[in-house]
Design a protein around this ligand. Structure first.
Ligand SMILES: [Zn+2]
Ligand SMILES: [Zn+2]
Length: 328
């Protein structure tokens, strides 16, 4: 017995000594090893175009950036090989043409994690055929149907639960005459959104919402743009859910800016663009950007990525149960 006691005491002493000698960095290494519950890329504005060509006197796809899409998908495979979902927030194609969708889907299947849920939102460029060419017989309904058929989606607006988290995709139901920078969201879609948001909503669990068009005067790139989506009704719906995080694209504005994440009643996030990136000073040549979202029990980390040199731009952390300063 004595011998056993001695071993126990010795082991306890040894453990205490080891504990005291633990390097300080051990604790931070443990933290670094914390695995996210859910990991998903969010990309936008892919603008798949195809070879330069002339269609009915309109030259298209000069200087296309199609290869950026595969490069970005390959980068995600390196940095987050087990991601469980992938979201692309509109402008999948440059003109919404059949062959552009085919190429987009081919590249998506080739480059993305086969087990990942796919979240695809429609952008204004998916309606571009109507604007660029004279097509009197082409309707918004036909272009919506093309989007659904080509992407394999059931509805323009839909929701999914992924590992216990709610993902809600919104989408324009047509190209608005005179303002291509605003979506047409029907009364039915708004009412559907209100209903879906209320289902199993918990204050400490983020709800992820996707819409191509950003809200005016919110994230970087939406300042003072007179024709942007003012989205009052959408804002009023989402501000009842401070845990909502709305991802948008469209502006192509760079992720370096602090207003990549903007909070007012809820959180809004700019996704920039895979095809080309812009700032107030104009296009930034050769850049291609997107996000990696990591969900932890107590927070969401939004990591901005530059695909052209495979580097991190910055990380934005959104704690759960956020009490926004302006919130009453
Ligand atoms: Zn775009
Ligand atoms: Zn757009």
């Amino acid at each position: 017995m004595k011998g056993i006691y001695r071993i126990v005491i010795l082991a306890a002493l040894l453990f205490t000594a080891m504990d005291k000698d633990l390097p300080f960095s051990y604790a931070s290494e443990l933290q670094a090893a914390e695995m996210p519950i859910l990991q998903f890329p969010v990309m936008s504005d892919i603008h798949i175009c195809g070879q330069p060509r002339i269609i009915e006197k309109v030259p298209i796809c000069k200087g296309n950036t199609d290869e950026n899409f595969l490069k970005a998908l390959e980068d995600y495979q390196q940095i987050a090989p087990s991601y469980q979902a992938i979201a692309i927030v509109g402008d999948l194609t440059n003109h919404g043409l059949q062959d552009q969708y085919n190429r987009f889907m081919d590249l998506l299947f080739t480059g993305s994690n086969p087990g990942a849920e796919r979240i695809l939102a429609i952008g204004n460029h998916e309606f571009m055929e109507m604007k660029l060419w004279n097509r009197p017989l082409l309707t918004n309904e036909m272009l919506l149907m093309r989007f659904l058929t080509k992407t394999g989606k059931g509805k323009i607006y839909e929701d999914k639960w992924i590992l216990g988290y709610h993902f809600i995709t919104l989408g324009s139901e047509g190209m608005l005459q005179g303002n291509h920078n605003a979506p047409y969201i029907s009364d039915a879609q708004y009412r559907w959104l209100e209903l879906k948001l209320s289902l199993n909503a918990a204050p400490n669990k983020p709800i992820f919402v996707f819409l191509h068009h950003p809200l005016k005067d919110t994230v970087y790139g939406t300042e003072r743009k007179h024709d942007y989506f003012d989205g009052k009704r959408l804002k009023n719906i989402l501000r009842k859910y401070p845990q909502a995080i709305l991802f948008s694209g469209h502006s192509h504005y760079s992720l370096e800016h602090p207003k990549t994440v903007y909070q007012k009643g809820f959180t809004m996030v700019n996704t920039s663009s895979v095809s080309y990136v812009t700032t107030h000073k104009g296009r930034k040549r050769g850049l291609s950007q997107g996000l990696l979202v990591e969900v932890y029990k107590d927070r969401v980390e939004i990591k901005a990525r530059e695909f052209s040199n495979k580097s991190w731009i910055k990380t934005f952390t959104i704690p759960n149960e956020i009490s926004l300063p302006h919130q009453k």
